[in-house]
Design a protein around this ligand. Structure first.
Ligand code: DX5
Ligand code: ZN
Length: 213
């Protein structure tokens, strides 16, 4: 099954509640929540307080938190307390990310690891047993609305070949054109910012993703 995770970054900031309600009305429960620290990536976005407010207002929403931060260890507890179902950190931030993955497990959140386009899938191999999900970036992280990098799809095949059976999530420039190829390659979760929230008919996008096998 392919899960769609709309990315809050592309939602209308003045109408966040309506945007999230619209998503629920379209049968989507998963919300991708991008956290940027202006250091690991050249942009700022949301912190734990908005995450908590969304969780409080919309308890049915499953929050998929993507920490694009140099120091995510300092925020695991805050996001766990704010209702995150899963937290993803970046492979690039430390030589050994094992202790931070353990922190997530201790807090009871699902555990994810992400790679930027320039980081090899093989750098994830030592952690595969500990991970619920892997997030492959198909743009340089930091901004929505960028162009999908198709060569990154090879990482999906490599991870499946290595025996990873957890969630493989794709983030960056995902749309209805590349979605079938991603599903075919073994991805199971598609993050869509622009392609969902800026679509003329987001409900139709949700239906099209539901029909992918
Ligand atoms: C980029 C973020 C993405 C972003 C995707 O750094 O991690 O989640 O919202 O946006 P689109 O789908 O517009 O590329
Ligand atoms: Zn993201």
């Amino acid at each position: 099954m392919i899960e769609l995770a709309p990315s809050l970054l592309a939602a209308d900031g003045m109408r966040l509640g309506e945007e999230i309600q619209g998503m629920l009305d379209n049968g989507i429960r998963l919300l991708h929540y991008d956290v940027m620290d202006a250091h690991f990536v050249p942009n700022l976005s949301f912190g734990p307080s908005l995450c908590k407010a969304i969780h409080h207002q919309f308890p049915a929403v499953r929050l998929d938190v993507h920490l694009m931060m140099d120091n995510p260890g300092a925020f695991i507890q805050a996001f766990a307390d704010a209702g995150a179902e899963s937290i993803t950190i970046h492979r690039e931030i430390a030589e050994d990310v094992g202790p931070i993955l353990q922190q997530m497990k201790d807090q009871g959140t699902r555990c994810g690891l992400s790679v930027k386009p320039g980081t090899g899938a093989d750098t994830l191999f030592p952690y595969l047993d500990q991970l619920d999900s892997i997030l492959i970036m198909t743009v340089e992280p930091g901004f929505g609305g960028q162009k999908f990098m198709p060569e990154q799809m090879e990482k999906i095949r490599m991870l499946r070949k290595e025996g990873f059976q957890g969630i493989i999530s794709i983030d960056g420039g995902v749309n209805l054109q590349n979605a079938p190829l991603l599903a075919q390659a073994g991805a199971t979760r598609l993050v869509m910012g622009t392609a969902y929230f800026r679509a003329a008919d987001p409900a139709a996008v949700a239906r099209a993703v539901e029909e992918l096998v």
